[in-house]
Write a protein that binds this ligand. Structure first.
Ligand SMILES: Nc1ncnc2c1ncn2[C@@H]1O[C@H](COP(=O)(O)OP(=O)(O)O)[C@@H](O)[C@H]1O
Length: 197
């Protein structure tokens, strides 16, 4: 697996813009740190983190066409918010272009942007690492979210989804409802923990 990761790094370095490549490396290392904390497979976590944005460099129109060409079914929400599609097409590329057979890794790439209810440990790790990696600096809640990530992963995901939904609403952007479903799911876990339910 290590050799595969080194080869993939070289490939992505050529394909992705420098900042996106840097982000991908950073996410892959944070994935391994979270994997250490939560006892997940280190190499699968590194691999999923490295590949999570392998389709991010395609523009909205282009990625819709690429999905249609590969007969990847698209939801109405995804057509209205094509920014989320790099996760779905990235999962397809991971499987069909990069030869990834592991469905856990493929699903972690698939759900890294919107999240979904009841995510697997690997899905949670990539979703969280993408938000907290050290090169990120936009979200105001980052210092708190970063520390919660290493204390309680479900609670951290609740904060990330809450922040993302508030941000999208503030900006007036269309929201893929998968994130709303994920938020409701993790909000319930949060409320049970706080004794509010
Ligand atoms: N449910 C959603 N609906 C619409 N846009 C979303 C949704 N979830 C996340 N986004 C937006 O998609 C963009 C890409 O997110 P993400 O994949 O997390 O980042 P990156 O690809 O840069 O690692 C962000 O601007 C985020 O706000």
């Amino acid at each position: 697996m290590k050799e595969m990761i080194f080869n993939l790094r070289n490939d992505l370095k050529e394909k992705l813009p420098p900042q996106r490549y840097e982000h991908s490396l950073s996410v892959s290392f944070i994935c391994t740190a979270l994997a250490m904390r939560y006892h997940a497979d280190l190499e699968k976590s590194e691999l999923a983190g490295l590949l999570h944005d392998c389709a991010k460099h395609y523009g909205d129109g282009n990625i819709i066409k690429k999905c249609e060409k590969q007969k990847i079914p698209l939801s109405l929400d995804e057509l209205k918010a094509p920014v989320v599609l790099h996760a779905k097409y990235g999962a397809w590329l991971a499987e069909h272009k990069y030869g990834i057979k592991d469905t856990e890794v493929i699903n972690a790439i698939r759900w890294h942007t919107t999240g979904r209810p009841n995510m697997s440990l690997l899905e949670k790790i990539v979703f969280t690492a993408d938000y907290i990696e050290p090169r990120r600096d936009k979200a105001t809640d980052l210092p708190v979210v970063r520390s919660v990530a290493f204390i309680d992963l479900d609670e951290c995901i609740y904060f990330i989804l809450k922040g993302t939904l508030e941000y999208l609403e503030r900006k007036g952007y269309f929201v893929d409802s998968m994130s709303v479903q994920a938020y409701e799911y993790y909000k319930k876990i949060h409320e049970v923990k706080k004794g509010e339910l």
